[in-house]
Design a protein. Structure first.
Length: 256
């Protein structure tokens, strides 16, 4: 499932699906329910013709690109409640965002009836919520998370990267640099991870930090100082007018 403006990150999801299934469907829909007031719904990049050309070359079998009238024939009265995970990090900054995401994901899963659905790990909180919804509502699809694809310089691939000018692109590299620095401190514990990553962001010019958090990968609750095992280091920031997110997994505690 995509919102179009496809790039190599999206095509890596296609490749993951092709490795797991006989036929691949890609959906393209810029979902108005997941955009809040003042967000970039109208400006969000759209180029269906270019997207279709990419998907033909990638060997996709079907593209499902509904209109607004097809996606929402009437104002939806029954809504998906994403639960407490949707109130932190992205959910705190973007109230209602994940309710809108799960509404359209549920509809597409019911319309397409896939055996497997592939989502990118870059939207880690979204991936966790989709997995929870599919489990709790018995929707029957296997949800697969695909690794983040990055530009050669480390920037996580995103359709919103198209908004970045050359100077802003260079400044945005601070996000991935902070995550790498934080992950490198994982043996010293949770506090060291956050301190190291924040130091990179504090020193970065033109990066307006929204959040930096080390959380449980499933619940998205903060990890305490004594935590060991897997964690997710997540960051969101504005570079110019563009809001970007990124994350990486960390393994806390001494390595054996």
């Amino acid at each position: 499932m995509t919102m179009g403006a496809l790039h190599d990150g999206h095509l890596s999801l296609v490749q993951e699906a092709q490795a797991r299934a006989d036929h691949v469907v890609v959906s393209i829909y810029v979902n108005p329910l997941q955009f809040g007031p003042g967000e970039d719904f109208e400006a969000y990049p759209r180029d269906l013709e270019a997207d279709l050309a990419l998907l033909v070359r990638a060997g996709v079998d079907v593209v499902f690109a509904p209109t607004d009238a097809e996606a929402y024939p009437a104002e939806p009265l029954v809504r998906v409640d994403p639960g407490p995970v949707a109130t932190v990090l992205e959910g705190r900054t973007r109230p209602g965002h994940f309710a809108g995401v799960l509404q359209i994901v549920c509809k597409v899963l019911n319309l397409v009836r896939p055996d497997v659905a592939v989502f990118g790990q870059k939207d880690a909180q979204q991936l966790a919520l989709v997995r929870t919804m599919v489990r709790d509502l018995d929707l029957g699809a296997e949800i697969v998370g695909a690794p983040i694809r990055r530009e050669p310089d480390g920037l996580a691939m995103s359709s919103r990267n198209a908004y970045l000018g050359p100077v802003e692109h260079e400044r945005a590299l601070a996000l991935s640099r902070a995550l790498r620095t934080g992950a490198a401190a994982a043996e010293a514990g949770a506090a060291a991870v956050v301190t190291a990553a924040r130091a990179v962001l504090d020193a970065a010019e033109g990066v307006d930090l929204d959040y930096l958090a080390l959380v449980d990968p499933d619940t998205f609750l903060p990890l305490d100082a004594a935590a060991t095992g897997p964690g997710l280091l997540a960051v969101a920031a504005r570079v110019g007018s563009t809001r970007l997110i990124d994350n990486t997994t960390v393994q806390l505690g001494p390595r054996h």
